[in-house]
Design a binder for this molecule. Sequence first.
Ligand code: ATP
Ligand code: MG
Length: 195
Amino acid sequence: MAYLADHGYPVPHVRAPASGVPGAVRRTDLMMQRLHGPSMLQALLRGTITPEAAGLRLAGLLHRLHSIPARVSAEPTDRVLHLDLHPGNVMLTSQGPVVIDWRNTEEGPPGLDWGMSALVLGQVAADTTAQAAPARAVLTSLLAHLGPAVVLGSADTGCLSQAREKRAADPATSKSEMRLLDDAMELVLELRQLL
Ligand SMILES: Nc1ncnc2c1ncn2[C@@H]1O[C@H](COP(=O)(O)OP(=O)(O)OP(=O)(O)O)[C@@H](O)[C@H]1O
Ligand SMILES: [Mg+2]
């Protein structure tokens, strides 16, 4: 997060915990700036941002993130990836959108990040809840702003199928989410064809 902040990317500021009181902070504690404002998900539910604008913002945040050189990887096309960039992990502050929840971050090909975002939205869009239609609209807008340089691949090879594997392997993915994963994959490929 500190590396990304140094490159002008909107993340909460982090700092080493003050060590004044022995034992009060653990080495594993992360101190970060408290942000104020709704998440993009809350704004969507309240109707204060349109699904189209949300998709455009998410796409902008992914493009911006992937314009920063990787921190550790020597592979020239690798970038810092968030791998869970969805409306629940963007806070809309008075300073602009800020990306939180970096627990899944890795370095790799940008298409993997786009694939993960698309599948998260696709899983909601493929479900039967009231959020399905807006999620589909966010996904459509996201994919419309993908750009020609990002390669998602097919159902069997490439970044989208790698993203599917990653989500399927996540122990936090429930059984019902697993079932929706295949529907999400189909939907993403279908929408990508239409655009
Ligand atoms: N820097 C921050 N400032 C203010 N609120 C924050 C900050 N970071 C996280 N939050 C709040 O905590 C919530 C959960 O944070 P985060 O997304 O990092 O964890 P999570 O594992 O996804 O948790 P959950 O599954 O409960 O959403 C966010 O939706 C946001 O409301
Ligand atoms: Mg989160």
